[in-house]
Design a protein around this ligand. Structure first.
Ligand SMILES: [Zn+2]
Length: 80
């Protein structure tokens, strides 16, 4: 069901889709696109997460995300 990732290049169709692999506490999978990949070495398959769940964020990225979440939280409170 992937729309993107299809390519005619040889070997390019190994991974056609990679959604965030994070699982919520209730066991459901995160539905965000996994645009953030990480692999400790070329021998290890890359794992993918959305930005929010990406566990290898830099300090600056972590701070930026926190600010974004806090701003969304404030907005939610104000609309109640
Ligand atoms: Zn996610």
């Amino acid at each position: 069901m992937s729309i993107e990732g299809h390519s005619t290049a040889p070997g390019a169709n190994v991974i056609v889709e990679h959604y965030c692999e994070h699982r919520h506490a209730d066991g459901t999978r995160c539905k965000e696109w996994g645009g953030w990949g990480h692999s400790p070495s070329p021998a290890v398959p890359t794992r993918w997460w959305c930005f929010e769940h990406f566990p290898h964020k830099s300090y600056e990225q972590e701070q930026a995300l926190r600010r974004k979440l806090e701003a969304a939280e404030r907005e939610k409170e104000m609309s109640q």
